[in-house]
Design a protein around this ligand. Structure first.
Ligand SMILES: [Zn+2]
Length: 358
């Protein structure tokens, strides 16, 4: 069975997810873009990495002080760590719901982030990396010398749904007919190089520094976009080619100074510019949770968390995006998101065509 969650996110800060490379162009630090459309996005891998960390933080809030020492686990009956974990008695201190999952006795902060001991076996006493037993390792995947598990949760990229631009009528959010189709709203394309507004009678309107002719009205109503904190009168439909152009010419560009970590002073000549997706941008994407038979691996990997437990874990930890954010430069006021998860359709079968988490 596959459980689908729709993800909507509003940027409450500019979002910077860098490509890592140094760029000879308009800015020094460029952001990740879709290679075909050239439109900036939040890659599913970034989402998977941060969410993994936030589920760990959320779980440890309740698990702290309740987790036994590793020696205590080792003294339980059973031949394997998995059996010992199953036989461990929490003495009435077992947390409720997904936080009490068998295996969470040894969940630790290093179950998030890069595994620093992938060359060791899962139950090696010196395993300092992903534990391979807790709900995070089983949900998001792990890879050890003796066992690899791709996980049960798959994240799509977060693409831009509505992008804010300044106009003489205030801030408006642009989108396209094909993007709207993704959220089940059918609208026709505006004529090439023209735009559609709710009223359709503005004559001309500036989007950033572009001055464009309004060629008709769209039929979006507020109830269709009730998941977002914008009104239908603030939505403008532009053509596909204009969309990429307008988004890329209205990104936030900031100039920062590199600080020398030793002297604390600005480094000479170390000014650099960074581009970012502006605050107010609304993204959409999906998360799929696979809850099905995994074949031969099953006996080694079981017990597996349920899709409902994983869904709850994601929902309970989404609030960390509002304080800790995503991407780079989060200490410079970048990266915070408000995330909303909405249950989509569950279906049987399906293919795992999304990016693996690791
Ligand atoms: Zn773990």
């Amino acid at each position: 069975m596959v459980k689908t969650l729709e993800v909507y996110a509003m940027a409450t800060d500019p979002i910077y997810i860098g490509t890592g490379g140094y760029n000879i162009g308009r800015v020094d630090n460029t952001i990740v873009r879709d290679p075909i459309t050239n439109i900036p996005k939040i890659p599913g891998s970034s989402l998977a990495g941060t969410w993994r960390y936030y589920v760990v933080l959320e779980a440890l809030k309740d698990l702290k002080g309740k987790q036994p020492s590793f020696d205590k686990i080792k003294n339980q009956s059973g031949n394997t760590i998995a059996e010992k974990l199953k036989n461990y008695n929490w003495n009435n201190s077992q947390p409720n719901g997904w936080k009490g999952f068998v295996g969470n006795q040894i969940l630790k902060i290093s179950c998030a982030g890069q595994d620093d001991a992938p060359q060791l076996e899962r139950d090696d006493e010196n395993n300092t990396g992903h534990c391979g037993h807790c709900i995070v390792c089983k949900g998001f995947g792990f890879s050890k010398k003796d066992i690899s598990w791709q996980g049960m949760i798959f994240f799509s990229d977060l693409n831009i749904l509505f992008f804010p631009v300044f106009t003489m009528k205030g801030t408006k959010w642009i989108t396209t007919a094909s993007i709207l189709k993704e959220i089940k709203i059918n609208e026709s394309l505006p004529e090439e190089n023209k735009i559609k507004t709710k009223n359709g009678n503005e004559g001309h309107l500036n989007l950033g520094w572009l001055y464009l002719e309004v060629s008709g009205s769209h039929n979006i109503n507020d109830s269709q976009i009730s998941n977002f904190s914008i009104k239908s009168e603030d939505i403008i439909i532009v053509s596909e080619s204009l969309f990429s152009h307008i988004v890329n010419s209205n990104l936030e560009v900031r100039t920062s100074v590199s600080i020398d970590p030793i002297t604390g002073a600005a480094k000479e000549g170390a000014l650099f510019t960074s581009e970012a997706i502006p605050r107010g941008t609304i993204f959409y994407g999906s998360i799929r949770i696979f809850n099905k038979e995994f074949g031969e691996l099953d006996s080694k990997i079981e017990p597996l968390p349920t899709a409902d437990d994983l869904e709850q874990a994601l929902k309970d930890s989404a609030h960390y995006y509002e304080s800790l954010g995503i991407g780079g430069m989060t200490t410079r006021g970048f990266g915070r998101l408000k995330i909303q998860l909405i249950n989509g359709n569950s279906q049987t079968g399906g293919s795992q065509d999304e990016q693996p988490n690791q």
